[in-house]
Design a binder for this molecule. Structure first.
Ligand code: KET
Length: 462
């Protein structure tokens, strides 16, 4: 029996360098004999390929079909490529100042200086669960420092790759350990990434009614009915505040009703908190929904992002928290989270986490951060007022009160896909196809232009 692989004799042939680099003295070095040699090589290679495998890849189009580009990142690329001086970017949810420029928070600049001037700074690995000075303050930010859940030590926290990483860890944790109905109920609509984050770990996703096209507000009756109808112990994804993409949040009274319903059905709330401080400008107010659920003793999880409220988008700072019944449960949960984290990212990134930690642990910097948050949310609110006033002034068909009723980073304008595409083509205004606009993309210089473009498209396209 030959010891070599049956096709191993073909292997060298597939490498043209193995035979086509003869020494200068070789009889094969003349031009004609070299080209003869290349012809025979290519013939042998084609026979070899034919015999060895029908295709050179295992990743055929059937195995790995071409996927569409991520719509939000595609939109950003199209915006950057557009040479128009009038172009307006209302796509991705990232804060912009009145000059349409990214804004490094002044408090973040200060924290960055402190960090860089620290003579003890090194680049060692963070602990698996992240830096405790961040995680301990991060949970306080959500629950309030005097929360009984914290005093009773029945929470556990882990630093993650921003909010997306926190959502992923939460999804993975549920897939592995949740013993109830492993279906995740998400609002219709929700942040588009939720669907793939959950389906990536094989958790089915079902929508509950949320946005009413008629009122451009909350379909509270529909939402409650769906949550009541879901099998007991289902996973219910809730946006803690500043709902993405609609900008529509339940009122505190409605949150209280939802908390009662969730408790009654023993559902498991999964809070996604990506915009704390961005809705009202007040950190405690924006965490009211979470606090209300925790007060009722409901066990829950929270995915927390520091991308928007610290402007640390690309630094990927965030946390994942579990609020449970006893310190014993919290400790067991933490032990499994550590294993999930270790196998996925080993330990979390430090830079953004250190910045956030410096601010959260220093009362003066914290107060300055609150000012910065008020500045961002205040500018967005003033743009809402201005946009509504301009559309009403122009007499743009339809009602526009929803622009000021909605809250947070986004507004769900009610523009349809045809109108969105026409705005993009003709006015160089970039927004997602569902009519969502990132309010922070508007400023005192482009708001007139935008309002007039909307007015035109609403009149021309139905
Ligand atoms: N949750 C929600 C609800 C959310 O809107 C985002 C980001 C995230 C989590 C994740 O953010 P991270 O940067 O991983 O902390 N939303 C904006 C950006 C994006 O889609 O990635 C957006 O909708 O524009």
């Amino acid at each position: 029996m030959p010891t070599s692989h049956p096709t191993s004799h073909l292997a060298p042939v597939a490498n043209p360098n193995a035979t086509s680099s003869p020494s200068p003295s070789s009889p094969l070095s003349s031009t004609s004999s070299r080209s003869q040699q290349q012809t025979s090589i290519s013939r042998i290679r084609s026979i070899a390929n034919h015999m060895a495998a029908p295709s050179s890849t295992r990743f055929s189009a059937e195995a790995v079909p071409q996927a569409p580009e991520d719509p939000l990142y595609g939109l950003k690329r199209a915006f950057l490529a557009d040479p128009s001086p009038n172009k307006v970017d209302l796509g991705i949810g990232a804060y912009r100042d009145d000059n349409a420029k990214p804004w490094v928070l002044p408090v973040v600049k200060k924290a960055d200086d402190i960090l860089r001037n620290d003579p003890n700074l090194d680049h060692e690995y963070a602990p698996i669960a992240g830096i405790p000075t961040l995680t301990s303050k991060a949970i306080e930010l959500l629950l309030g420092a005097d929360s009984p859940a914290l005093k009773e030590k029945r929470t556990t926290s882990m630093q993650t790759i921003s909010g997306t990483g926190a959502c992923h860890v939460g999804a993975l944790f549920c897939a592995r350990f949740f013993r109830g109905n492993k279906t995740v109920y998400v609002s219709d609509p929700t942040w588009a990434n939720h669907n793939q984050i959950f389906s990536n770990v094989d958790l089915p996703v079902v929508k509950y009614p949320y946005f009413s096209k008629d009122t451009k507000g909350l379909n509270f009756a529909g939402m409650k009915a769906a949550i009541a109808d879901a099998p007991e112990e289902s996973i219910i994804l809730l946006h803690a505040c500043a709902h993405n993409p609609t900008g529509v949040d339940p009122t505190v009274e409605q949150w209280a009703e939802l908390a009662d319903l969730v408790a009654q059905k023993r559902h498991f709330p999964f809070f996604d908190c990506a915009y704390q401080g961005f809705a009202s400008g007040n950190l405690a107010k924006d965490a009211a929904a979470i606090r209300l659920f925790v007060e009722r003793g409901i066990e829950l999880i929270i995915a927390q992002s520091f991308a928007k409220n610290f402007g640390l988008y690309g630094e990927r700072a965030g946390c994942f928290h579990v609020v449970t019944d006893t310190p014993e449960t919290a400790t067991r949960v933490a032990s499994q989270l550590a294993i999930l984290q270790r196998s996925e990212i080993s330990s979390p990134p430090l830079y953004g986490a250190r910045i956030a930690s410096i601010v959260l642990n220093d009362p003066a910097l914290f107060a300055e951060w609150e000012d910065n948050l008020r500045e961002m949310s205040g500018r967005i609110i003033s743009m809402r007022t201005a946009l509504r006033a301009k559309l009403e002034e122009l007499g743009t068909p339809g009602t526009w009160n929803h622009i000021t009723d909605q809250i947070g980073m986004f507004s769900f304008t009610g523009l349809n896909e045809a109108q969105v595409l026409k705005l993009r083509e003709e006015a160089h205004v970039y927004m997602t196809k569902n009519g969502r606009i990132s309010m922070a993309g508007l400023n005192t210089k482009n708001i007139d232009y935008f309002a007039k473009a909307v007015d035109k498209v609403v009149r021309e396209v139905q």
